[in-house]
Design a binder for this molecule. Structure first.
Ligand code: ZN
Length: 411
């Protein structure tokens, strides 16, 4: 058996088995007794509902994987990639256009197969637990908009990478890396003003006690506030959140309208102070630099596997091509990506503790921060007792009880 095929099948099946195992451990870790911290925030019935929500989502996730993993394997073994390649080549266009058609068809196929699953998640599961606010129209428009965005951004990136590898030889990976740094910086710069408004509306926060308290706090922290915005998240879901986005004069803090509706001014300022903490503690710039470094690593490893005939044989391809190399490389890179994600999540969790501490020590109302965390968990039916392996592998934020404990240790 082809070594690459064996490797890829092992990775696909291995990560499927690992995921199912972790999810089952996670469900087994559910405790029927409400953690003491949450007394008064959850009644028995709602706590049970939150666990039911977790179970339903978990089983749905497992079913989804159980469909997609064999489907992917069958597509590889039955020569699906070669079939799509012959189709793309039949148009007799240049290498870059042929590559765009090849990747476009595959991406479209996988997107279309995902639609019923995403519709079920939104209109059946989220609906059942009272979260869903998405109309069928918003759902369809979201898909079309994201396809358009993928075509524009993905198409540009794919073409640039192909062009460099076609034309510049040994050092192509360095040029690709350079181009990607520019695109990445450009996108994070314009995202708040160009990309995000495609999906949501952003309103500057109106004059209110909330706004003046935020401004007073920001002034005291010598934080140049470029804008606090309210986002119409409620058009999709009743879940709430807040985030920091953008650089330079486009940087802004965004609060979901659903968050504003359910929290007191002190709780909201605590959440915002946490977001500001990420900025002040340079978490945003650190993540950006790490992402740039890992992109470089990826391009370097990619350059070692271009037009690798063994890899092409694994996918039953009749012709080698740079564009297909890029796609197939994705399968080889998956385990490296997983390891990088584990380290990335570890770092992110430590950043969350640091931002919580920043909020609690600068706004000096840790109780408000704790109350905000509790309300957020209850409103979003978050899992209060995730299994440690699940946290290790995929949690970008520490479990809420650990965050509360860390905050209490500060006081
Ligand atoms: Zn955070």
């Amino acid at each position: 058996m082809n070594f690459y095929l064996l490797f890829i099948l092992t990775i696909l099946i291995g990560s499927y088995v690992l995921e199912v195992l972790v999810e089952i451990l996670n469900i087994k870790n559910l405790k029927t007794d409400l953690p003491e911290e949450f007394a008064g925030y959850y009644d028995a019935e709602n706590y049970q509902k939150s666990q039911q929500y977790l179970k339903e989502n978990t089983w749905f996730g497992i079913i989804t994987e159980t469909v997609f993993t064999p489907l992917t394997i069958a597509f590889i073994l039955l020569g699906g990639f070669n079939y799509v390649d012959s189709l793309a080549r039949s148009f007799n266009l240049g290498a870059i256009l042929t590559g765009l058609i090849f990747a476009g068809i595959l991406l479209l196929l996988s997107q279309i197969i995902h639609i019923p699953f995403s519709a079920y998640a939104t209109f059946v599961i989220e609906e059942k637990y009272g979260f869903n606010r998405t109309t069928v129209k918003t759902f369809i428009m979201d898909i079309l908009k994201s396809w358009l965005l993928m075509a524009v951004i993905g198409g540009t990136v794919f073409s640039i990478v192909l062009w460099f590898f076609e034309k510049t030889g040994t050092w192509a990976w360095l040029y690709c890396w350079g181009a990607m740094i520019i695109i990445q910086l450009f996108l994070s710069f314009i995202a708040p003003v160009v990309i995000m408004p495609i999906f949501n509306k952003f309103y500057p926060l109106e004059e209110s006690e909330l706004k003046s308290t935020i401004e007073d706090y920001a002034r005291a922290q010598r934080f140049k506030l470029k804008g606090v915005f309210k986002m119409d998240a409620s058009k999709r879901s009743s879940k709430s959140n807040a985030f920091f986005t953008g650089f330079g004069k486009f940087r802004r803090i965004v609060l979901f309208d659903t968050l504003i509706a359910k929290h007191t001014v002190d709780e909201l300022v605590s959440v915002l102070a946490h977001e500001m903490g990420h900025y002040k503690k340079k978490h945003i710039i650190t993540s950006m630099i790490i992402s740039i470094l890992t992109t470089g690593l990826m391009f370097f490893i990619l350059s070692l596997f271009l037009n690798n005939t063994g890899l092409f044989a694994a996918f039953k391809m009749e012709n080698t091509s740079l564009y297909a190399s890029l796609l197939f490389f994705g399968f080889l890179y998956a385990p490296i990506e997983m390891v990088l994600a584990i380290f990335g999540n570890m770092l992110s969790r430590s950043h969350e503790y640091a931002a919580d501490a920043y909020a609690a020590t600068t706004y000096r109302k840790p109780e408000a921060m704790i109350a905000a965390l509790k309300k957020l968990s209850v409103d979003n039916l978050s899992n209060l007792t995730p299994h440690s392996l699940k946290v290790f592998l995929s949690y970008s934020h520490p479990p809420v009880l650990e965050r509360i404990k860390a905050l209490r240790n500060l006081c």
